[in-house]
Write a protein of this length. Structure first.
Ligand code: G6P
Length: 473
């Protein structure tokens, strides 16, 4: 290496994401590790458990510098965030600017220069941590909207690396992306990668349109040429790699006698209703939980369903609780649930069993097995892995998936009952149709969706991405 060059590390393969697979939590005064929330970790944890590499990311705690450590067969390299960085970078720029902007401005994004400064600073720290861990010529795979500047920063520090980027959330249409005051800088950060992956072909198209408009770089079929600082030219590709789950693992859990027994117990504890409807989401305004509750409440009111034979279980796991829009959403959801239950519950039966909690995967699979219908009514969702998990768990080909058109998953799970979440009557009709669907029709649909989910698992997703990245140069 040249004098003054960044020293190299030991790892030939590195994943970098805002969150590590586990979160630092304190239980009864003792600190412990808990699985991190969200689809990114659901998908990447099984990939990293098989791979020989390091995972660079935040440990979920504040001002708690930690050494590298091993956990569930993974080598984890923690990046520390201060209280102020959590507020400005994580709760601010990542989750009150980019998240709403990239999800169709369902909530209005806020633009603050102090948040942007923190985003840049923290992205640099992630880039430096990755540069330090990466061996000569290593492959570094950067994940998601929190770290869009890392590819270019990393390339500057370590031109020897092969750099991939994958965006787990939608990439917005140009007309919306254009609002971002730092639209050019963010694109410059992303094109530091050799390969930029998106969930849907439409996301990749939105991105290449933005690159053409704001960087003046034209592309052909997602392939374009970027000139680096040293004047050298580099080929960059943007295309879709729809993310998946460890389907075999979910199917195995669904066949586990303890999990099957737990599913039976759940139905019993709910009063053995004829139909169990289920919703599973992070408590996020992109998930369309109020729309789902409205539809269900109206069905009760119209007497098209009754609490005597139908219960909705809504798991809403806590998420980004200090961000304003999440607080308002929680109040809205909880008052709606209270109102619907107050109106329709009997002493014995409840309309909605609302659980503001998160559960281990075994309990989730038991819930999937206990549910006759899964309701996914997102207003916008990069993929939605809950839909894929439900399908993987339905080993007997029973059960119906009601799925929003506005999810990435809707492009692969074509045999679901697809709905436009904004069309409340349409959602209501789909729920009624799901409840009454003939077992033969349900089985035909579920079988086709199971084939899709089992054939395209997350190992295949990562192999597809990483081999495309190898071929880039
Ligand atoms: C989505 C994002 C992930 C994020 C997860 C949980 O799946 O794509 O990057 O980690 O939500 O959100 P949180 O803010 O708790 O990390």
């Amino acid at each position: 290496p040249q004098p003054g060059a960044t020293p190299t590390g030991d790892y030939d393969f590195i994943v970098v994401s805002n969150r590590l697979s586990v979160d630092r939590v304190v239980v009864d005064g003792e600190s412990d590790w808990r699985r991190s929330p969200g689809g990114l970790v659901t998908a990447l944890a099984p990939v990293m458990a098989q791979a020989d590499g390091a995972w660079v990311g935040w440990n979920g705690a504040v001002d708690e510098p930690l050494d590298e450590f091993d956990h569930s067969g993974m080598h984890l390299v923690p990046v520390d965030l201060s209280q102020q960085e959590v507020e400005l970078y994580y709760e601010g720029f990542a989750n009150a600017t980019l998240w709403p902007l990239y999800h169709d401005v369902i909530a209005p994004p806020e633009f603050h220069r102090t948040w942007w400064d923190a985003y840049r600073r923290v992205n640099r720290r992630f880039a430096e941590a990755s540069a330090k861990a990466a061996a000569e010529g290593a492959t570094v795979w950067v994940q998601d909207y929190q770290l869009q500047l890392v590819p270019a920063m990393l390339r500057q520090l370590r031109p020897d690396l092969r750099i991939g980027f994958f965006n787990h959330i939608p990439f917005p249409p140009l007309e919306i992306y254009a609002q971002l005051p730092w639209r050019q800088q963010v694109l410059e950060g992303l094109v530091g990668a050799d390969l930029i992956g998106f969930q849907r072909p439409g996301d990749a198209q939105n991105f290449t349109r933005c690159v053409r408009r704001f960087l003046g770089t034209a592309s052909r079929q997602g392939i374009f040429t970027v000139t680096d600082e040293d004047g050298s030219e580099r080929r960059v590709e943007a295309r879709s790699f729809p993310i998946a789950i460890d389907a075999q693992h979910i199917a195995e859990l669904a066949a586990d006698p303890d999990v099957i027994e737990r599913a039976r117990q759940i139905r019993h504890e709910l009063g053995d209703p004829t139909t169990v409807l289920l919703g599973v989401d992070r408590l996020d305004y992109t998930k369309g939980i109020p729309h789902r509750l409205k539809a269900f409440g109206e069905l009760l009111e119209d007497q098209r369903v009754s609490v005597e034979d139908c219960t909705l279980v809504q798991v809403a796991s806590p998420s980004r609780e200090r961000v304003e829009h999440y607080k308002t959403l929680r109040e809205e959801v909880e008052s709606t649930v209270g109102r619907i239950n107050g109106t329709f519950d009997t002493l014995e039966k409840t309309a909605i069993r609302y659980l503001h909690q998160s559960y281990p995967v075994e309990e989730m699979v038991a819930l999937y097995l206990a549910a006759d219908v899964l309701l996914v009514t997102a207003l916008r969702d990069g993929m939605n892995l809950v839909a894929k998990e439900y399908v993987a768990a339905r080993t007997r080909n029973s059960g119906v998936l009601v799925l929003s058109e506005f999810t990435g998953a809707a492009e692969q799970l074509r045999q679901a009952l697809l709905v436009n979440t904004h069309d409340i009557d349409g959602v209501k009709n789909a729920i009624v149709r799901a409840i009454h669907m003939e077992p033969r029709e349900a089985a035909r649909r579920m079988r086709a969706m199971r084939k899709q989910v089992l054939d395209h698992d997350v190992q295949r997703w990562s192999t597809d991405f990483l081999s495309a990245l190898q071929e880039q140069r």
